[in-house]
Write a protein of this length. Structure first.
Length: 589
């Protein structure tokens, strides 16, 4: 069915004569066949969001509806892929037409010519339902791609053969309950604005181990959880998200560059193929899908990029994998919503954002979770963890995007420009950040590392006490404090500088194992405990202030991974001996 353009306003096109079209249908606009999506219908008139530049388009141009919603192609070949916001493969487009994307270019998301080695695991005669695994494809050395029965389908397999196939080849046939036989292919499609189904959702009880000490120890996020990283310009949001994408113990990473600068995506493209994943030993790109919709690309596709990324993540979740979705940044996505809302002449909400901003943000984060996957295999569980950066103008967390996000997410890593300017990275402010997963994760930590949560609570108490003591210190100086309070300040400094600070550009320090974090923080707190006992027995604070072992603790985070257990044990013995010497009045040196 076709209609005619009557109005063009940037990415918004109004067309009439589309009485049989539906909201969310994909349309092709004009002689260049630009990709668009119907947002609203009024009689036979449709408001269309066009995902490409509309320069040169005018009234009278044809609009042809496809009758299908905006969907993504799901199948082998997505990993290591770089897509734009509507899943067009940027590498293939570059090879086809050069470095600039021309309007109307139509390249399929999955390679139609490449053959994949399919190994059937199901058998002819098996009764299967949506989500059951038919076979596997070794997509990369680290990920075994599972070919599944599409959701909402069930029946009996009448044909299924292992072999070398393209994504469009028929690998078998399925006889439905009504007697109809349908072909089975390795590729399936799914509308991006509809969450993929699952059996049930579980409360998240396993931490996502990121290798970042302030995250894993003080403000952990669970697999299947949600987190936000708000902060002003230059405070390290992107670097923090890069670190999470690089080192988190997940099977798949979907990184969405949504409206950020192109050079930041270039950094990802340059780094990830070279960096070695500590969990698998292979390059990080082997488990990564990149959605690159940078600030100079069409604004409407930026709005779609979030949904494209989360749908791809749900597909890998359905295979039983743990997936992390990194969105950088949801503020730029919200700005795209605001621009389209303004062009639609909708009633604006706070600061010009549409009234439905909060519900749209919630729709994105609510698609995260730990779930029992579809299929007759009840043991298969997977998760999607959603982490979104928020870029509030001027660092003002009272603006609508930050407030709507904070009402939804369970973890808040608040970045602080003062810490960033002081060269303290990650610049997460420990006084205004929080994690609501502490109670649900406590059993896991206590089983693996007894005493971990007690140490975490003690460290937070010391940091909070330091903040209150700093008010007094600014007035009367640190020497006026009692010895135990001076010790609190010294211990808090060790926690801040020797534990929380982390250097992303030093290989050993960029990733810190959870056990190492536990031992390092335990050593700092043991130093505090033994020092307090010595002070209670009359030892002057001066004798405890410059113990040689404190310098060793300061260098402990740089000890190689295969040596830290032995080195930490030796430091603990040195700590006890030096404090005992100080208590006896011996020479500190």
């Amino acid at each position: 069915m076709s209609g005619k353009v009557v109005k063009v306003a940037g990415p918004l096109v109004v067309a009439e004569g589309l009485s049989d079209a539906n909201v969310s249908d994909v349309v092709r606009v004009g002689p260049q066949r630009l990709i668009g999506e119907i947002l609203n219908m009024t009689g036979d008139k449709a408001d269309i969001q066009v995902y490409e530049e509309t320069g040169g388009l005018g009234p009278g141009a044809d609009v042809i509806t496809t009758g299908a919603p905006l969907s993504v192609e799901l199948g082998p070949g997505m990993l290591e892929g770089i897509y734009d916001g509507i899943q067009r493969p940027l590498t293939e487009i570059r090879d086809l037409i050069g470095h600039s994307i021309a309007t109307g270019v139509d390249v399929p998301a999955l390679n139609r010519k490449k053959k994949w080695e399919f190994t059937a695991t199901a058998k002819v005669g098996d009764k299967v339902v949506g989500g059951d695994v038919l076979g596997t494809v070794p997509e990369t050395p680290t990920v075994l791609h599972k070919i599944m029965v599409p959701p909402k389908m069930k029946g009996t397999i009448t044909k299924l053969e292992s072999g070398s196939y393209t994504v469009l080849d028929t690998i078998g046939t399925l006889k439905l309950d009504n007697g109809e036989e349908v072909p089975l292919k390795m590729m399936q499609s799914w509308p991006v604005r509809v969450g993929r189904p699952y059996k049930r959702k579980f409360p998240p009880v396993t931490p996502l181990q990121s290798g970042q000490r302030i995250v894993d120890t003080l403000f952990p996020i669970a697999k299947g959880g949600t987190a936000a990283i708000p902060g002003p310009f230059g405070s390290g949001k992107t670097v923090m998200q890069h670190a999470l994408a690089k080192w988190s113990d997940v099977d798949i990473v979907v990184y969405i560059g949504c409206g950020e600068r192109g050079n930041e995506m270039t950094d990802v493209l340059n780094e990830f193929p070279e960096l070695v994943d500590p969990h698998t030993g292979y390059p990080l790109m082997k488990r990564t899908v990149l959605i690159a919709n940078t600030s100079d690309m069409p604004v409407a596709a930026r709005e779609a990029s979030i949904y494209t990324g989360i749908t791809i993540a749900e597909y890998f979740r359905d295979m039983g994998y743990h997936v992390a979705v990194i969105a950088d940044s949801t503020s730029r996505w919200a700005e795209a919503l605001r621009e389209m809302s303004g062009r639609l002449e909708e009633m604006p909400g706070e600061e010009g954002y549409p009234a439905y901003l909060a519900s749209r943000i919630a729709q994105f984060y609510e698609r995260a979770g730990m779930v029992e996957c579809l299929g007759s295999d009840t043991e298969r569980t997977g998760s999607v963890t959603a982490v979104g950066a928020v870029s509030p103008p001027g660092g003002d967390l009272s603006e609508p995007v930050s407030q709507a996000t904070m009402r939804i997410v369970k973890v808040f890593w608040g970045l602080d420009s003062a810490l960033a300017y002081a060269r303290h990275f990650p610049a997460i402010n420990w006084l205004n950040s929080y994690s609501l997963y502490l109670d649900s994760l406590k059993p896991w930590y206590e089983e693996k590392f007894p005493g971990f949560m007690a140490n975490r609570d003690k460290a937070m108490a010391i940091l909070q006490e330091e903040a209150s003591l700093n008010e007094i210190v600014r007035l009367v100086g640190a020497d006026s404090l009692a010895a135990p309070e001076q010790l609190t300040l010294a211990t808090a400094k060790m926690i801040r500088e020797d534990f929380l600070q982390q250097n992303s550009f030093v290989d050993i320090d960029s990733y810190s194992e959870t056990e190492r974090q536990f031992m390092l923080l335990g050593m700092i707190l043991d130093c505090d405990k033994l020092s307090r006992e010595a002070i209670a027995q009359g030892t002057p604070i001066e004798k405890l202030r410059n113990l040689p072992v404190k310098a060793q603790i300061g260098r402990a985070k740089s000890v190689p991974a295969d040596q830290y257990k032995a080195v930490y044990t030796q430091m603990w013995n040195d700590l006890k001996a030096q404090i005992e010497q100080a208590k006896q009045g011996g020479d500190d040196e």
